[in-house]
Design a protein around this ligand. Structure first.
Ligand code: NAD
Length: 276
């Protein structure tokens, strides 16, 4: 079985550097797809309340027989549930749908700055962590200026910021702030959600030929060598296997630089300041 390296977090816990995301995985198919992912060797699953598939993830975990401590499970608080009075109940319901006693990582899904509740929500996350039912707490889609407010107004920095990140959109300002504060970057849409021709670019295909790898594997390798946590998604078992099989080759400095040079602020998702 593939051994996925673990990344040390700023709270003493660690996270498998590569996991499996389930955004847009149909709730009716989630149990089967996550079962496939667990069978091929993934031990880190990334879901969210808004994906509507926490129950399917939970059923796959329960049926797998894999000891809980070998798994790393992330879920996220949806925007409507932000706030000191609503967050604890939303967390309880996620845990119940997952059928778990604890999650490894709980994230504020979006800052939704117009509502101005993310600092209050963060303080509630800190209290949730104290109950032991969440091991690590973090945020998602937080830009440098959102992170800065949390760092200034709370004693507990996020362990992770899960942001859109791929060769066309590398978010250098947020990544630099995060690095300075020991917040690990987790890349969502690591393959550009299949919306860009990343897999046809010569910077990617030439490295793929040189290493006998697929273009998707090259892009994932670029992330891993940059120190990102990655959570690629695929409904197809053969691609799940391919996306996990990225630990026996290494891109050289020139190959890394060529892919880094693809940056074009090519965001596929909504701007975090405008998502409310
Ligand atoms: P992704 O970049 O992982 O792209 C997934 C798509 O890439 C697949 O649907 C498929 O079309 C293609 N693909 C996957 N493997 C391939 C392969 N080996 N060869 C060719 N094509 C391949 O995009 P994503 O699913 O949006 O992101 C990954 C995970 O990140 C999600 O499932 C979810 O868990 C998380 N996410 C989080 C947020 C957030 O706001 N926090 C937003 C989006 C996604």
């Amino acid at each position: 079985m593939t051994r996925v390296p673990r990344i040390q977090l700023n709270d003493g816990h660690s996270i498998p550097q590569l996991g499996f995301g389930v955004f847009k995985v149909d709730p009716a198919e989630t149990e089967r797809i996550v079962t496939d992912a667990l069978e091929v060797g993934y031990r880190h699953i990334d879901t969210a309340r808004i994906y509507g598939n926490e129950e399917g993830v939970g059923r796959a975990i329960a049926a797998s027989g894999i000891p809980r401590e070998e798994l790393f499970i992330t879920t996220k608080l949806w925007n409507d549930d932000q706030g000191a009075t609503t967050t604890p109940g939303a967390f309880d319901r996620s845990l119940e749908r997952l059928g778990l006693d604890y999650v490894d990582l709980y994230l504020i899904h979006w800052p939704t700055p117009a509502n101005d509740r993310y600092v209050e929500t963060w303080n509630t996350f800190v209290e949730l962590r104290e109950t032991g039912r969440v091991r690590s707490i973090g945020v998602s889609n937080f830009l440098a200026h959102h992170l800065e407010r949390l760092v200034d107004e709370s004693d507990v920095p996020p362990a992770v910021d899960q942001i859109e990140l791929h060769p066309y959109h590398q978010q250098p300002a947020t990544a630099a702030f995060a690095e300075q504060h020991e917040i690990k970057i987790e890349a969502w849409g690591p393959l550009g959600q299949g919306k860009y021709p990343l897999f046809e670019l010569p910077e990617v295909t030439s490295a793929a030929s040189a290493h006998g790898a697929s273009p998707a594997q090259v892009v994932l390798r670029w992330h891993l060598q940059r120190g990102h946590i990655v959570i690629p998604k695929s409904n197809r078992r053969e691609r799940m296997v391919e996306n996990l099989d990225v630990f026996d080759f290494e891109l050289n400095d020139d190959e890394m630089a060529a892919i880094t040079g693809l940056e074009r602020e090519g965001r596929v998702g909504t701007h975090p300041d405008e998502f409310n």
